[in-house]
Design a protein around this ligand. Structure first.
Ligand code: RFL
Ligand code: PHB
Length: 399
């Protein structure tokens, strides 16, 4: 067995783990990132595409923002489609000039991985049987197997950045954690294709057939979604069926002009709201999807992960530089306060835009009529539009 020592052991090389590792490295805090998959596998997961200003600022602070500024697309508005028409929601006017950056999570991850390789900070891919130990005491440890050899990492802190299915949250004794969860009765079928976007900005559409979203990764690559049944399989959805369904859910103008082409990726994701409380267990801290999941309708998942990392990196830096535990003691409270607001916004957007099967609550025909009334109110009320814009671009931080 090989034993090594570091200050912070980071589990997971998704955006949370890599960004935390980079910010700590820049501050002179030793860390190792331990990931169960290969680098290529991590880069092959097509996920988020919209970055809030705070996420852009943090990537800049980490020194990995150059390509994002060259290749990313700054968006000052989004469009809502319903009842055959599109309505623009201005993001910048009501928020003092804020905007969002359209830049894929894959690219963010690639920039962070490239930087880690360049600066030589340690990262282990394809680590098997990753386990976290003794985080309730002052000498936490992480063990894993790599190429048949058992490794042990002694550390001051463990950062659980290992996503929703990770080992860190699962290692907390049941009595020490409380989970809050809602699973929605539908999924999103997403495709990636090398064609031009449907419009200059993202289109979120509520249609009687179900929700649809036209997004993009660049001026030549799109990411589009349609709400689908949880029973659907990828094989049920030929490209032709996908494009027909998407068009049927858009306004006539977008349906007539949207460029189509062969998909280069297609996947189905379930929709879930989930929060684990607290986010600190002795010397182990959860960040990103390890602690919370939002349905993607509000484009908040990656941004919340970045917000956690902002709080957590500052707390560790303060701990080592100023010998104060105030930041780490307050991490869970501060992060959860922001998380629940993003959960609220993501749930509101999901409720407003999806077709909910008839059943309990505001579902079925009544639900649809109420959604139409709410959308009609929204696009005609400067106050309601300002509220959507303020949440979409990202709420301010508690310092
Ligand atoms: P990740 O990205 O899941 O990374 C966790 C990493 O941990 C590894 N891991 C382990 N490593 C070692 N040992 C173990 N036992 C491990 N178990 C797991 C995993 O292999 C993985 O590499 O979590 P992280 O870093 O917290 O990042 C979170 C984001 O990925 C996520 O919130 C977003 O993708 C959510 N999301 C969106 N967020 C946005 O902000 N804007 C969007 O537009 C947006 N769109 C989306 C989305 C997520 C989607 N899906 C598929 C869930 C669209 C979709 C369709
Ligand atoms: C995406 O481009 O993948 C995307 C954009 C906005 C969302 C969700 C996903 O709300």
């Amino acid at each position: 067995m090989s034993t090594q020592r570091t200050q912070v052991a980071i589990i997971g090389a998704g955006p949370s783990g890599l960004l935390l590792g980079q910010l700590l490295h820049k501050a002179g805090i030793a860390n190792i990132v331990i990931e169960q998959r290969s680098g290529d596998y991590v880069l092959g997961r097509i996920r988020a595409g919209v970055l809030e200003q705070v996420c852009v600022d943090l990537l800049d602070e980490a020194g990995v923002g150059a390509r994002m500024h060259r290749e990313g697309l700054v968006h000052h508005g989004i469009e809502l489609a319903f009842a055959g028409q599109r309505h623009r929601i201005d993001l910048s006017g009501p928020t003092g000039g804020k905007a969002v950056m359209v830049y894929g999570q894959t690219e963010v991850t690639r920039d962070l991985m490239d930087e880690r390789t360049a600066n030589g900070a340690p990262i282990v891919y394809e680590a098997e049987h990753v386990e976290v130990h003794d985080f309730d005491g002052s000498n936490p440890r992480v063990t894993y197997l790599k190429d048949g050899v058992r490794h042990e990492v002694l550390c001051d802190f463990i950062a659980g950045c290992d996503g929703f299915h990770g080992v860190c949250r699962a290692s907390v004794p049941a009595g020490a954690i409380r989970n809050f969860e809602r699973v929605y009765p539908f999924g999103w079928l997403g495709i990636l294709a090398d064609v031009a976007p449907a419009a200059d900005e993202l289109i979120y559409s509520n249609h009687e057939r179900g929700f649809a979203l036209c997004s993009m990764r660049s001026k030549t690559r799109v990411r589009h979604y349609v709400q689908c049944s949880l029973q659907d399989k990828i094989e049920d959805w030929s490209d032709a069926r996908f494009w027909d369904e998407l068009k049927s859910r858009l306004d006539p103008e977008a349906a007539a002009t949207i460029p189509t082409g062969p998909s280069i990726e297609k996947s189905i994701a379930p929709l879930r709201s989930f929060v684990a409380e607290p986010m600190r267990f002795g010397r182990m801290f959860l960040a990103g999807d390890a602690a919370h999941i939002v349905p993607p309708t509000g484009a908040k998942g990656l941004n919340l992960a970045a917000a956690d990392v902002r709080y957590l990196s500052r707390a560790f830096i303060e701990f080592y530089a100023d010998k104060t535990a105030a930041g780490i003691d307050d991490y869970s409270r501060k992060a959860l306060r922001r998380i629940w607001k993003a959960e609220r916004f993501s749930w509101t957007m999901t409720s407003l835009l999806h077709k909910f099967p008839a059943g309990a609550g505001d579902t079925g025909d009544v639900g649809f009529k109420l959604q139409m009334a709410e959308l009609d109110y929204l696009v005609n009320s400067p106050a309601a539009m300002a509220s959507l814009a303020e949440n979409y671009v990202g709420l301010p931080f508690e310092e």
